[in-house]
Design a protein. Structure first.
Ligand code: DAH
Length: 337
């Protein structure tokens, strides 16, 4: 019996060395270890052995079985590894890659970058201010003292610290003059906050892009020329505009530059409040008190400022008829850009 077992083991291991694929491996597993396999048959015969022989031969038979099973497992792993390698070798590295899903820029950001390019080409620098602003820069330095009724024009979020969530990007005007002096050309894109009742054209968070140019002998003609350049850059075509006097404590004179509503073509809709016009570009010549607050001599320097409603512009450009979509985080909306 011992000899038969040894012979079987040798024969099996010999055959195992010739295995080329997993099918052959499975065939040999069945041949030796299957229910009617050669080793299995021998194991069944153990019961006919003499009592004193049983433990020794039984042990040997078990060892042979384990040795064969182990070898088959090794071979199986080896074959699997080989299969993986052959797949790797078959990979054509010159094939184009799998497309990766990437995000896209928010429409606000797209327009902001476009505007930054227009202004950089005109020699303006791009500055950003803090979202939490002092009362001084947001109001006082802009010629809006504590008791001034103009403070009521902006529904402000006040913080317990006495600071505010900046209500407009104009808050950067005096900061910029203090830091860079004159002459100065700068734009300040930024997020603004107002305690608003929301509707299709008002949200408590929105974006503006402020512009400031300070130099000697700046006139309204300079202001209008830059505004026209801005609108051309954004819309890529002439847009109908109208200019009206407007009151803002930090400019004198002040204007409202309205554009023809592009959503309804001037017929009247919910975005333009049925007027056909959209307030887009309040602007004016910087008030001497603001120049003074910026540490400059208003006898020597003057300039213009404008506060573009960036969010409104985005709505016009893309035909978005509800401002609330912009902050909704709704992917069905965002994926369109
Ligand atoms: N800061 C004003 C607002 O949010 C807009 C504005 C008006 C800005 C006139 C200006 C300006 O720079 O000259 O209502």
């Amino acid at each position: 019996m011992d000899k038969i077992l040894e012979k079987l083991k040798k024969q099996a291991l010999d055959e195992f060395t010739k295995i080329k694929n997993s099918q052959e491996l499975e065939d040999l597993r069945i041949k030796y270890l299957g229910r009617n396999g050669e080793l299995t048959k021998l194991l069944k015969e153990l019961k006919d052995l003499a009592e004193e022989e049983k433990p020794r031969v039984g042990k040997l038979a078990n060892e042979v079985k384990l040795a064969l099973a182990e070898k088959l497992d090794d071979l199986s792993l080896h074959l699997q590894g080989k299969a993986k390698n052959s797949i790797a070798q078959a990979t054509d590295l010159t094939l184009p890659g799998q497309p990766v899903k990437t995000g896209s820029l928010h429409p606000n950001t797209i327009i902001q970058y476009e505007l930054e390019d227009v202004f950089k080409a005109l020699g303006f620098r791009v500055l950003e201010g803090p979202d939490i602003e002092s009362e001084y820069y947001n109001f006082e330095a802009l010629n809006i003292p504590d008791d001034h009724p103009a403070r009521d024009m902006q529904d402000t979020f006040w913080l317990t610290s006495g600071e505010v969530l900046k209500t407009h990007t104009s808050a950067m005007q005096v900061r910029a003059m203090e830091k860079y002096g004159a002459p100065l050309r700068a734009i300040f894109p930024g997020r603004c906050f107002r305690y608003e009742a929301t509707d299709a054209s008002h949200d408590s968070t929105f974006y503006q892009l402020e512009g400031l140019m300070i130099d000697q002998n700046i006139s309204i003609a300079n202001l209008i020329a830059v505004m026209k350049e801005l609108l051309k850059g954004v819309f890529g075509k002439e847009v109908k505009v109208r200019q009206r006097p407007g009151y803002f404590p930090f400019v004198e004179p002040g204007f409202e530059l309205d554009i023809n509503c592009l959503i309804c073509g001037g017929k009247g809709c919910s975005v333009c409040k049925q007027t056909g016009w959209l307030e887009l570009l309040p602007c004016g010549l910087v008030h001497p008190n603001v120049i003074k607050a910026g540490g400059l001599d208003p006898e020597k320097y003057n300039g213009f400022a404008f506060g573009l409603g960036l969010t409104r512009l985005v709505m016009m450009k893309y035909g978005i008829d509800d401002i609330r979509l912009l902050q909704s985080g709704d992917l069905r909306f965002l994926k369109q850009f």
